[in-house]
Design a protein around this ligand. Structure first.
Ligand code: HEM
Ligand code: PLO
Length: 492
């Protein structure tokens, strides 16, 4: 068979011995924006060195799809880093685990458990609606008092994942919930930031503030997870499965009892704990972040909020609560959610992938062991694919008659794609729709006139967070509705 000419490597940023290309990246806290801008000089696919690690940066959807879908298996690895190893006890979770039979098994288990508990059944919808009702009650009760909506959104989302993982939930002011908020923020602030320790592991021997904070937060998280795990193990009888923790215990039990035992599929306590830790952590931080971005954009674009509410008034009214089956009736709300996920992707660089064999992307050869960063920010802000990409315009996701939702460009991958696609995509979409529908049916979000609108600039990290702000909340005058029901107005 004729072989083509040997492929060349992608163009590389200049690199110095030991530090690699760090000088070009240092001092830019928003790494996704820095990597986006470097396209101007190096093209949409380029390479760089982080210390001794060869890193390939993908900025176009064509190459992103090749990596994630067409050659998904070639690129299904994950890098091992100091901070993610601490978070996942050496990759015993799903998100930061290397590709292999155990990772596949864990993913399949969680997938099955998620379908069992809700996706596709009414159970999960009921849980989300219960939390949405409680959120609306809290907002309603706030009246003129100052209220920071962020922890309320977090509690609502946390309770959904908590019900799913542990069959439990938190009341307002629960000290365990407060501890969870604190440790999770500490982890988000310190994990997987391509920090110097991750690039130069030997720096661990020196005192490091970030690493110390991460270790302290992980101690608190581990204590909490361990306590839930012990309670479940003691109560587990093998028959009734109330939550994800039980489901994992049950599968482990049947795997242990099967003969012959499946080789390479031994799930230790650490594997179970870290798997639940992933679902809990991902379940809370991602969905809450998107809800905060959605609120922020609605504050900046009141006319879009009004359009969502008009659609809700017409299609649902106020005499009943929104259901999941209302999704086809509310295309403008759906389009708004899609636009939020586009303009502020939660995971702007996904989680880095690693090539498991010598392979290629487009016309370039990629060696085994390369770290591949998919810059979702670039994919979602590509001017060749999106008309005025920095403009918040839900209408771009609607067909000409404004009745059906569609993506105008394939350059859209908020949940990734392929073998490593997000495990919580269905759950997250259910939550985003129901929480926003419930809140916007009853409340108008607005910023008090004397307050500046909060910034739309994100804070880069393992998730792209909204910048911290403490907006006061007041309940303005009630708006009369046709059905003589009241609609509260709440300021965020
Ligand atoms: C991975 C996005 C919610 C669990 C990912 C990835 C993205 C993503 C971009 C990385 C894909 C890759 O590396 O190629 C999102 C967004 C969410 C969301 C935008 C909310 C709107 C959730 C929820 C859960 C979850 C609710 C849990 C129930 C996971 C897990 C992985 C993952 C376990 C790792 C998959 C693997 O490495 O095999 N998510 N996610 N996510 N997500 Fe989500
Ligand atoms: C969030 C903080 C938690 O305390 C621990 C945790 C676990 C899983 C991580 C999640 C954090 C951040 C978002 C991640 C998720 C796994 C998949 C998800 C990285 C660090 C995304 C969006 O890729």
């Amino acid at each position: 068979m004729a072989t083509g000419p040997a492929l060349g490597r992608p163009r590389s940023l200049p690199a110095l011995p030991l530090v690699g290309s760090l000088l070009q990246l240092a001092g830019h806290p928003q790494l996704h924006l820095r990597l986006w801008r470097l396209q101007g000089r190096y093209g949409s696919l380029y390479a760089l060195w982080m210390g001794s690690h060869y890193v390939v940066v993908v900025n176009s959807y064509r190459h992103a799809r090749e990596v994630l879908l067409k050659k998904g298996k070639d690129f299904a690895g994950r890098p091992r880093t100091v901070t993610t190893d601490l978070l996942s006890r050496g990759g015993k979770d799903i998100a930061f685990a290397s590709y292999g039979p155990l990772w596949k098994f864990q993913r399949k288990l969680v997938h099955t458990a998620l379908s069992m508990f809700g996706e596709g059944s009414l159970a999960l919808e009921r849980i989300i609606c219960r939390e949405a009702a409680s959120l609306c009650e809290t907002l309603s009760a706030a009246q003129d008092m100052a209220l920071d909506m962020a922890p309320e959104l977090t509690r609502a989302v946390t309770n959904v994942v908590c019900s799913l993982c542990f069959n439990s939930s938190y009341q307002r002011g629960d000290p365990e919930f407060e501890a969870m908020l604190e440790y999770s923020q500490g982890i988000v602030d310190t994990v997987a930031k391509e920090s110097l320790v991750d690039i130069f592991p030997w720096l661990q021997i020196f005192p490091n503030k970030d690493l110390a904070l991460l270790k302290k937060c992980l101690q608190v998280r581990d204590q909490l997870l361990q306590q839930k795990f012990t309670e479940h193990k003691e109560a587990f009888c093998g028959d009734t499965v109330k939550d994800l923790m039980d489901a994992l215990l049950k599968v482990r039990l049947s795997a242990e009892n099967s003969s012959p035992p499946e080789p390479g599929l031994k799930l230790t306590d650490d594997h179970l704990l870290m798997t639940v830790g992933d679902i809990f952590g991902a379940g809370v931080e991602t969905t809450t972040t998107v809800l905060k971005w959605a609120v922020l954009y609605l504050l900046h674009y009141p006319e879009i909020q009004r359009k969502i509410q008009e659609e809700m008034d017409q299609k649902i009214g106020l005499v009943r609560h929104p259901h999941l089956s209302d999704r086809p009736l509310l295309p403008y709300l759906e389009a708004t959610i899609s636009e939020v996920l586009r303009i502020r992707p939660v995971s702007p660089l996904l989680i880095p992938h690693v090539s498991l064999a010598d392979t290629s992307i487009g016309e370039y050869s990629i060696p085994k062991g390369a770290r591949v960063i998919i810059n979702l920010w670039s994919v979602h802000h590509d001017e060749k694919e999106w008309d005025k990409p920095e403009e918040f315009n839900p209408g771009r996701f609607l067909d000409e008659r404004g009745q059906h939702i569609h993506s105008p460009s394939p350059s859209y991958l908020p949940f990734g794609a392929g073998i490593r696609v997000c495990l919580g995509k269905v759950l997250a979409k259910m939550e985003l729709f129901l929480f926003l529908a419930w809140v916007l049916q009853r409340f108008t979000l607005e910023c008090p006139e004397d307050q500046p609108l909060p910034s739309l600039e994100g804070k880069f990290g393992v998730v792209l967070q909204v910048q911290k702000f403490q907006p006061p909340v007041r309940q303005a005058e009630l708006k009369q509705q046709a059905a003589s029901e009241n609609q509260d107005t709440i300021a965020y």
